[in-house]
Design a binder for this molecule. Structure first.
Ligand code: BGC
Length: 348
């Protein structure tokens, strides 16, 4: 069968192996036929050799953590053949740490967790994959075209859950949300904000392409420019660019009792001139919280599935700006401006 592989740490090692072995039973009872695979910034980092870890005993890593597939067989009877499923990305560490022990692998304390297609577990970028039933999330059949968005939506559902938990530290009646970055994470964060009837603002660099209209379709306002140009102080900021200057501006812009959730992973290695004392003063005097959020546990995947089922399917479908057959995988991984989500298609 076909599999998209890389050699971790080796830039330029991306290839489509036409003769990759079938997934062994030890990978899980449920056999799944791949339908689609989403591509994100983490995949690009892995391809560039800056991130990623092969499965033990192998030099290669099967790429891909944003999955959508159809169940071929599940001898445990939990899922039925034909069910639409996505695979949960992260697995608890083997110790496990106190968080992994209670199913909060997204909050792993010792970094010994594994992640499909990223860290020590084969990815979903192959014709067939296996998973344990407890790690598969069933999707409504109506989500066949856009179910591949479930993984990024799970990351956003976790961010929102934690924002709301932090908000409960005192009386809190948020009205305004600023999302920085109108990529898939930013737009899905804006969708979940709109579903909460908040006043949604999305900031991005581009003025062309589908992004402004997608934000307006949510009833939100689209801003092209810098955070400093905005004339309001949001109650909630969800930062999705990872661009250092945007991150700092976002932290400074939140209003009193503001909550700033950082979801973008910066590459690091560049320094900028910044008045850390002024930021500290603003955070303390305004009771602001800045926190990071990564990955998602099963509860968040479930919340994400519900959020996608409630959303306009046409709107969700517009987030997928390119669908590429897996045999033309190189095109899918080539950078091109103005895109939102590129998806590889396995089956027709
Ligand atoms: C994935 C997360 C993962 C993170 C770090 C992101 O792209 O969506 O599930 O935890 O990368 O590896």
């Amino acid at each position: 069968m076909r599999a998209i592989t890389i050699v971790p740490g080796t830039a330029g090692s991306l290839r489509l192996d036409a003769d990759f072995p079938e997934p062994p039973h030890r990978e899980g009872a449920v056999l799944v036929e791949a339908l689609a695979l989403g591509i994100c910034g983490t995949d690009h980092e892995i391809i560039e050799g800056r991130y990623g870890e092969a499965q033990p005993g192998s030099d290669v890593l099967v790429l891909g953590h944003e999955s959508l597939g159809r169940v071929l067989e599940d001898p445990t009877g939990t899922l039925r053949p034909g069910d639409l499923v996505a695979g949960i990305v992260r697995h608890a560490d083997p110790l496990p740490c106190p968080n992994c022990a209670v199913g909060e692998w997204d909050m792993c304390r010792n970094d010994r967790y594994t992640e499909h297609g990223i860290k020590g577990l084969p990815g979903f970028g192959r014709d067939r994959w296996r998973i344990e039933p407890s790690c598969a999330v069933r999707l409504d059949p109506s989500l066949a075209r856009i179910g591949v968005l479930l993984e990024p939506a799970s990351v956003v559902a976790k961010a929102w859950e934690h924002i709301e938990r932090i908000g409960r530290r005192a009386a809190w009646d948020p009205r305004t949300v600023l999302v920085t970055g109108a990529g898939p994470i930013g737009l899905l964060a804006a969708l979940l904000a709109a579903q909460r009837s908040l006043d949604v603002h999305v900031l991005d660099l581009v003025t062309e392409g589908p992004k402004p209209a997608l934000v307006q379709a949510l009833g939100g306002s689209y801003h092209a420019g810098t955070v400093a140009d905005l004339d309001f102080e949001p109650d909630i900021v969800i930062e999705c660019t990872g661009a250092p200057s945007v991150v700092l501006d976002a932290m400074c812009r939140a209003g009193n009792n503001g909550i700033v959730c950082l979801t973008g992973v910066s590459s690091g290695g560049r320094s900028i001139d910044f008045d850390a004392g002024a930021l500290n003063r603003a955070l303390v005097l305004e009771n602001n919280v800045v926190f990071g959020s990564v990955n998602a546990n099963r509860r968040h995947w479930q919340l994400a599935a519900e959020a996608l089922a409630r959303a306009d399917p046409e709107w969700l479908s517009s987030l997928i700006t390119r669908r590429v057959p897996v045999d033309r995988y190189e095109e899918a991984f080539a950078a091109s401006g103005g895109e939102i989500k590129v998806v590889l298609e396995f089956a027709s």
